[in-house]
Design a protein. Structure first.
Length: 756
């Protein structure tokens, strides 16, 4: 449900438009949420505001954070298209963190599909009101008036008026109900579906854009924090004498530790305050701290892996069950089994966590690169013990996020320190801080078995997965995965297999676990897509043909009928947009579509030189469908290169193809890192990696020639930021098998195993 309300007489939007112009507010969601000014108990939570002033300038507020995805541009583009605005006369303003904008969490690849319809309705509503204003001005039927590129034209008389000339009159017009607003036909779209540069591009390339790392306010002091290297540890004692001797260092203060599970709150530690960041960091190096390492002091990731792998081989909590799996396995013509492992991963985004906070008279203002300004507001208010209404959240550009910057612990650190010191504080993490105190992507061990019939087709499927759950970072005694986590490549397995059982083993957590680009789809797609390739080999069939056959006839998956025993949130569409949830069901025809498209464009089946191969994988995540063909070459020394990568995506309606292509290319690079380089290990409770020297990410010289192919259709938009990650790593590993005959069942790939 989308509700549009005329706000022209309310000064509700700081710095966007004069009250004499047209200002529209709207909200998206199933619940009835009135405006804040209305006399109803529930506060209004609008998401975006649109304003047109008397000069014709159109101002659109972007309520989602910009971190390279283009969302700050793409959602306003949708509104501007329906508005018939002149894009050169559109100003996009970044929203502060405020309840009036509703859900501001830029996470989960959901911004476009969640707001696409609402942005269209908002633009079309304003267009209709401008046309009505012109009709009143000219005293003609509104049906004779048509908005065109920032003007309203009256064809019979040849007259036209600019939006700026109509704004005051439009502000007095009644707002038409959403169901009476006419949306443009797809053929008439001027911006949607066309490539557009992002609105910040010029400032970014000329060095004028403001990221979190760039923010300084008058009187700022700078902080660097030494945190316990073991999750759950705390300070026993410390000596700050040597730190205070460093030029520029002014104070040393302690941030109290947050007991486990720490959630979004700061880990605690000793903060060195200085008049510049360098001095703060140098002083920090001279701290003498005695730690109480706490209950995780003996944690060892190698032993933990062994524990997870043993658990994966034992029966677990059944989360999907239909048919007779045990019977199918017992009577199989051939039984295939394999075990897969994915390690912890760190986000390692280019811009480290950083924030500025200023505490004044029981209020706090913050500036930070955050994916979730709403959570910043809540967490800062909680740690300071003040009302959320007393917290102001300013959102900068983000130098990467990948889910890390949806957790505001670093902003809360700055807020606590500002209150302690009595001045604005800027906290800047080092790269070592970032990698050693992350919210890590979960380690995961999996065991799969399949029963093949005489023709090599799978008629039985057993999948066991064991991983620490994200919820364990926020609640105690959580040992099983949630429905959402298991719905990322386990219970939503799409293949046409009559006997299926999926299980989840119990495991405790020992580090902070958090969202990482594509989340649990990473290990689950790696295992499932790799295992299907193993089944094709066992059946002696081409992997592409085997996949086509395994997908079966086109159908919509009925997970309840397939014995799914856990909640399946389907990436939140049912909660956030229940009116369109039935348009986002799992459709095997769309999986087949991307599979066929990538095969047709990747030279699949073409003969390659020795120790080169192609691998294929297909996966649905975040309401979109992606298939990948990877071409790899393996040297005699085991080193892997990727000459080419082809990716096909069906994300429904494409708003900005340039940004979708960029997101797929970025996802490919991140997945190459997951497959070939990146991993986190823990010894005696301490993360062993510290920087890009030992937490490796792909460099430009290993980036493949990447081709992105779009399935064109009229489906509603799906997610694009994350779906390219999951199938890329298994496609690479399947290609390695094609090149060398050696199976990869653990990431990252060990080149020593591939030597000729």
């Amino acid at each position: 449900m989308t509700v549009i309300t005329n706000l022209s007489r309310r000064d509700v939007l700081k710095g966007t438009a004069a009250a004499s112009g047209l200002v529209l507010g709207f909200h998206v969601g199933f619940r009835k949420l009135p405006f804040a000014e209305a006399a109803e108990a529930t506060p209004f939570q609008p998401n975006v505001f649109l304003a047109i002033d008397d000069t014709g300038l159109v101002t659109i507020v972007a309520s989602r954070s910009e971190m390279g995805t283009g969302i700050k541009t793409d959602l306003p583009l949708v509104l501007a298209d329906e508005l018939e605005a002149d894009w050169s006369r559109v100003k996009v303003v970044q929203a502060q963190g405020d309840p009036k904008y509703g859900d501001q969490n830029t996470d989960g690849s959901r911004s476009t599909w969640q707001f696409f319809g609402a942005m269209r309705i908002a633009g079309a509503t304003a267009r209709r009101m401008l046309e009505a204003a012109a009709a009143r001005t000219w005293n003609v039927p509104v049906g004779e008036c048509q908005a065109q590129n920032g003007f309203v034209a009256h064809a019979p008389s040849g007259r036209k008026l600019a939006y700026g000339d109509l704004a005051k009159v439009a502000a007095t017009m009644p707002v038409p109900p959403s169901d009476q607003v006419r949306l443009k036909d797809r053929k008439d779209w001027r911006y949607i579906g066309k490539p557009h540069a992002i609105v910040d591009l010029k400032d970014i390339v000329q060095g004028r854009a403001t990221y979190g790392i760039d923010v300084v306010v008058p009187g700022t002091k700078y902080a660097s924090v030494e945190r316990c290297p073991v999750y759950g540890g705390k300070v026993k004692a410390y000596d700050a004498k040597d730190a205070l001797s460093v030029a520029g260092v002014e104070r040393v203060v302690e941030i109290p530790a947050t007991p486990m599970p720490s959630g979004f709150k700061p880990l605690g530690g000793i903060a060195v305050i200085a008049n510049n960041t360098w001095s703060a960091q140098q002083g920090r190096q001279r701290l003498k701290i005695e730690w109480d390492y706490g209950p995780n002091a003996g944690h060892d990731s190698a032993a933990y892996r062994t524990e997870l792998e043993a658990t994966a081989k034992e029966p677990g909590r059944v989360v999907r069950d239909h048919g007779d799996v045990d019977g199918a396995l017992a009577s199989a013509a051939r039984r295939v089994s394999a075990d897969y492992f994915v390690p912890h991963l760190a986000h390692a985004q280019m811009e480290v966590p950083t924030a500025v906070a200023h505490w004044v008279a029981n209020t706090c203002e913050t500036w930070s690169p955050t994916q979730n300004p709403t959570q910043v507001r809540e967490t800062v208010a909680e740690v300071l013990g003040i009302n959320q209404s007393d917290v102001t959240v300013n959102v900068t550009l983000l130098g990467g996020g990948f889910g890390r910057k949806s957790k505001p612990d670093y902003v809360a650190e700055a807020a606590l320190l500002s209150r302690m010191v009595g001045a604005p504080i800027k906290v800047t993490w080092t790269r070592e801080d970032d990698i050693q105190h992350d919210y890590y992507h979960a380690i995961c061990a999996q065991h799969l078995e399949a029963a093949l019939d005489q023709d090599g087709r799978a008629n039985g499927w057993l999948h066991r997965t064991v991983f620490p759950a994200i919820e364990a970072t926020f609640k105690p005694d959580i040992v099983y995965g949630s429905g959402g986590e298991l719905g990322q490549g386990v219970v939503d397995m799409p293949y046409d297999i009559p006997n299926v059982r999926c299980e989840n083993g119990a495991v405790a957590n020992h580090v902070r676990i958090g969202w990482y680009r594509s989340v649990y789809n990473i290990p689950h797609a790696f295992a499932v897509c790799s295992f299907v390739d193993e089944l094709a080999a066992a059946a002696g069939k081409d992997p592409l043909e085997y996949l086509r056959d395994l997908l079966g006839p086109p159908r919509i998956l009925d997970l309840k009928a397939l014995g799914v025993a856990v909640d399946y949130p389907n990436y939140g569409v049912g909660e956030l947009a229940p009116g369109i949830a039935d348009q986002y069901l799992i459709d095997t025809a769309r999986l087949r579509g991307v599979l066929d498209l990538v095969a047709a464009n990747s030279n699949w089946g073409e003969k390659l030189p020795q120790r080169q191969g192609r691998g294929i994988a297909v996966h649905r995540s975040f309401l979109s469908y992606v298939a990948v063909v990877a071409h790899v070459a393996v040297g005699n020394d085991g080193q892997i290169t990727l000459p080419r990568l082809d990716m096909a995506i069906d994300c429904g309606t494409v708003v900005n193809p340039d940004r979708v292509r960029a997101q797929l290319e970025g996802a490919a690079i991140m997945s190459i890192g997951n497959a070939l380089y990146s991993h986190i290990t823990v010894k005696n409770g301490k993360v062993e990696q510290s920087n890009y020297t030992d937490y490796l990410v792909p460099r430009i010289d290993v980036t493949p020639e990447t081709h992105v192919h779009f399935v064109e259709n009229t489906h509603l938009p799906g997610g694009v930021g994350e779906p390219g990650v999951p199938p890329t790593a298994p496609a690479i590993c399947n290609a390695i098998y094609a090149a060398t005959g050696k199976r990869i069942r653990a990431l990252p790939v060990d080149p020593q195993l591939l030597k000729a």
